[in-house]
Design a binder for this molecule. Structure first.
Ligand SMILES: Cc1cc2nc3c(=O)[nH]c(=O)nc-3n(C[C@H](O)[C@H](O)[C@H](O)COP(=O)(O)OP(=O)(O)OC[C@H]3O[C@@H](n4cnc5c(N)ncnc54)[C@H](O)[C@@H]3O)c2cc1C
Length: 304
């Protein structure tokens, strides 16, 4: 598949690498929009034609740039604008799509010759869509593109984007959450914590396993939303994040479809559940029937 001109909009290094790899295979030329000056050299290493650096206005937020980015996209008229399917990616995509009066296709799991593939009906089916608009705005789930390091000489022209013109929200302060930094969306290995765990302190046991495996820790929706044991940004599934890691270790996960759509693209699924009739055993590569409180400490000891 070949587009003649693709734009990517990336707000983190991880998104930048994945979208750059995607754009360089999709389009004969692509341009990159970043919001952090420090990402310039990484952006350049993938060989874009141009890099646009937009800064969030003072007391503003990155999304305030949507209008000026839309104006710039309109002038360049690419066939596709690619973003990551994160909260910010979807917000920017919606705003840019509205300003351009064009279509937005969100949560894409595959980009093929036929068009874009995305899950519908709570993950029960895939729909293939093709944009007919001049410029389509598309948000991609993590893992859609194979990530590799950039090899280009890095001499792309860098242009400062115009200042944001429609600042409607005033940022008062930003407080990073302590100890909550996660690269789960691009992790090769993931430990997946389910509602079968009894106490919040069990998170530490899962975290220890994750660290021994070199994995990121994610969870099912009830663990994040009902128990509040892990941030909502790491819950996996149809309304959470969709993953495509090499391996996922699912602990005390029953295997409901809304969760499974987030993990079933993993190359290997390993499940531990005490109920041999748990649906997850129909989808995993390796299943252990047993009590996690017996198996996990043994597994951690062995890995140590
Ligand atoms: C519209 C909608 C959207 C949803 N979106 C999502 C989503 O994006 N992501 C998501 O995760 N969920 C989502 N859900 C919720 C989903 O339907 C399930 O309720 C949820 O995934 C169940 O999470 P779980 O597997 O952790 O818990 P449970 O289904 O409660 O399973 C817990 C499992 O732990 C096992 N267990 C208990 N104790 C032990 C032990 N000591 N050792 C070993 N195993 C043990 C049990 O046998 C059980 O199988 C959604 C629901 C709806 C209606």
């Amino acid at each position: 598949m070949s587009y003649t001109n693709v734009f990517i909009i990336a707000d983190t290094e991880a998104n930048l690498k994945e979208l750059s790899c995607g754009a360089s295979t999709l389009g004969s030329k692509f341009s990159t929009v970043i919001f952090d000056e420090q990402l310039q050299s990484v952006a350049a290493s993938y060989g874009p034609e141009k890099i646009y650096h937009f800064q969030a206005p003072e007391s503003g937020i990155i999304e305030d740039n949507a209008r000026v980015i839309a104006d710039m996209v309109q002038a360049a008229s690419p066939e596709m604008v690619l973003l990551s399917n994160t909260t910010r990616g979807r917000l920017l995509a919606g705003k840019i799509g509205a300003y351009l009066d064009t279509c937005v296709i969100a949560g894409v799991t595959e980009l093929t010759e036929e068009g874009t593939k995305r899950m519908v009906y709570g993950g029960a089916a895939f729909r293939t869509q093709k944009a007919t608009a001049q410029t389509a705005v598309v948000t991609c789930n993590a893992g859609v593109f194979e990530v590799s390091e950039g090899q280009a000489s890095g001499d792309a022209a860098v242009e400062a984007g115009s200042a944001a013109s429609d600042v409607k929200i005033k940022k008062i302060e930003t407080q990073p959450k302590e100890g909550v930094s996660s690269n789960i969306a691009i992790a090769k290995k993931v430990v997946d914590m389910g509602r079968g765990f009894k106490e919040e302190k069990d998170v530490e046991m899962c975290r220890e396993l994750a660290s021994l495996l070199g994995a990121e820790l994610g969870c099912s929706r009830p663990v994040a939303e009902n128990n509040g044991w892990l941030p909502k940004s790491v819950y996996i599934g149809v309304t959470g994040i969709i993953l495509k890691p090499e391996m996922i270790v699912s602990l005390c996960i029953s295997g409901q479809v809304q969760h499974m759509v987030g993990i079933n693209q993993a190359k290997k699924i390993i499940a531990i559940n005490k109920d041999e009739r748990a649906p997850i055993f129909a989808s995993c590569d390796l299943g252990l029937v047993g009590d996690v409180y017996q198996i996990l400490p043994m597994l951690i000891e062995k890995l140590k």
